[in-house]
Design a protein around this ligand. Sequence first.
Ligand SMILES: [Zn+2]
Length: 316
Amino acid sequence: MAPKIKRLSFCFVLILAVIGLVFLFGAGIMNKKGSGKIVATNFAAFDFARAVIGDSSDITILLKPGMEMHDFEPTPEDIKKVLSADLFIYVGGESDVWVEKLLNDNEIKKENNFRMMEFVSPLAEEFVKDTKEDEHAPEEKDEHIWTSPVNAVKLVEAVRDRLIGLYPEKEQIFTKNAKIYTEQLKEIDNEFRDIANNSTNKLLVFADRFPFLYFTHEYGLSYFAAFPGCAEQTEASSNVIASLVGEVKGNNIKTILKIELTSDKLAKSIADETGAKILELNAAHNISQENFDRGVTYADIMRKNISVLREALKNE
Ligand SMILES: [Zn+2]
């Protein structure tokens, strides 16, 4: 009898172990679907999904930390991930024309697709007056929709609804997580709005690219920038430099702005000529590997921007 009992208890232990393993590996959000994942193109898309889900273990970000968003080209491996995703979250502007191609070829199914620009009101890209060659370009929608915290709230809520549709068993947790995050974003929005409303200066001067159209629009601010949108950065022409210096001096601007992950060469030359100081307003295109590993969020980046905005609008 002894060996049989032994074999039975061995079987029992084995079954327990299998149940344990299934439980462990099934703990992710896709335990019902098995093969799927959430794939996000850029940092904002990743951040909003992470906030709703509560962790990032089921989310893949295509844009590697530290990389320039507008230089992104998908690898065949990236395309494979996109095509096998439960949900593919992307912005849907100029940087994502490769996605439109996959959609047109019916390679991505509509139901697996989340185009962020559909959930906010897109604004037409604006150009600086000096870039004559752009005057005849067809109107494009500016893709930096996430730079407005008001849009960020809408996007988090839309991602939440979509994820609940995919994983209804997670409704409570997704609803709770989204509420916590959108409350943070609304506080940030209130801070920006207070600063803008209480400042007599409404002008921001960017010695850099300009990804903040949605941000300045939201808070009733005006801007002057060296380069339109995030167009391919070229050397600033002497006209552009002269205009920037003129704007800074003429409006008594004490702080000029640059954005994240770009050179500060132009900002430094404008600062040298005007005595203005340079601060960085972070558009959250992407974050460094170090900050990514630390779990820095879009909300963290925007909180840092609060003091920058306060400083940049002071002109006395
Ligand atoms: Zn950009």
